[in-house]
Design a protein around this ligand. Structure first.
Ligand code: ADP
Length: 226
């Protein structure tokens, strides 16, 4: 984390952020103001098309905004040239559809997140496998993801998101493709990680009961916090 420029308690500081698509015709974000404290668990709700994924993509530096200010973990993302090292150090992504690479093993799927880092290969394998064991996947490390259940795949995705010890986890409907029992197990894991590791958790959901688990709920409507 880049502490020099980070305001003491807010790990995410967004001011009047704007992002447009279709040559400016679609305002996906239309002046978002948001501050999230370090270690906070925030849920993000809003109708389809309100800009939730776009906002997560801006915070996780998957894309760039045109206007406004966005500082994440002390990094000014409007000015930053190289997003990839910022992402691998600070951000863990969990998507609705796990996005695992089908022809890599479970362990390799977790290891690839460390390729941007200086971790030696042997350590990468050790670290990935230890984390997978802690998520009760020790007997699956050499399997390919297609052999796993939906819940197991999402646990692999959680391991992949955590392996670089990110300061922020961005979860985009992480239980959206799971049955409710499996979804609850995934939510319990996320809550435990948040609690134990003091990681900042921003979770997009359309389920009010999931949103209620967070310390704070925010709503997006037409590209603005409502
Ligand atoms: P949500 O996650 O809340 O469903 P999104 O952030 O995906 O909303 O989308 C917000 C708006 O921006 C929508 O109108 C969507 O169609 C548009 N949009 C998102 N991504 C793109 C893109 N890559 N190209 C064009 N339009 C996009």
């Amino acid at each position: 984390m880049n502490d020099e420029t980070m305001d003491n308690k807010n790990i995410i500081i967004i001011q009047d952020l704007k992002k447009r698509y279709d040559d400016g015709k679609t305002a996906a974000l239309d002046g978002v103001d948001l501050k999230i404290r370090k270690g906070e668990f925030v849920s993000l709700m809003g109708p389809s098309g309100s800009g939730k994924t776009t906002l997560l993509n801006m915070i996780g530096a998957l894309d760039r905004a045109e206007e406004g200010n966005i500082t994440v973990a002390g990094h000014d993302l409007m000015e930053k040239k190289d997003f990839s090292s910022f992402r691998s150090k600070e951000i863990g992504f969990i998507f609705q559809f796990h996005n695992l690479i089908p022809n890599l093993t479970v362990s390799e799927n977790v290891q690839i997140t460390m390729l941007e880092t200086e971790v030696p290969h042997e350590k990468m394998v050790q670290r990935a496998n230890k984390l997978l064991e802690s998520l009760n996947l020790g007997n699956k490390i050499n399997q390919v993801p297609t052999k796993l259940s939906g819940g197991e795949r999402q646990r692999v995705a959680i391991a992949r998101a955590l392996v670089n010890h990110p300061s922020i986890i961005l979860a985009d409907e992480p239980t959206g493709s799971l049955d409710s029992k499996t979804g609850d197990i995934i939510l319990d894991i996320l809550r435990e990680i948040h609690h134990k590791e003091n990681v900042t958790l921003l979770l997009v959901t359309h389920e009010p009961y999931v949103a209620d688990m967070a310390e704070r709920k925010i709503n997006l409507m037409d590209g603005k916090i409502s």
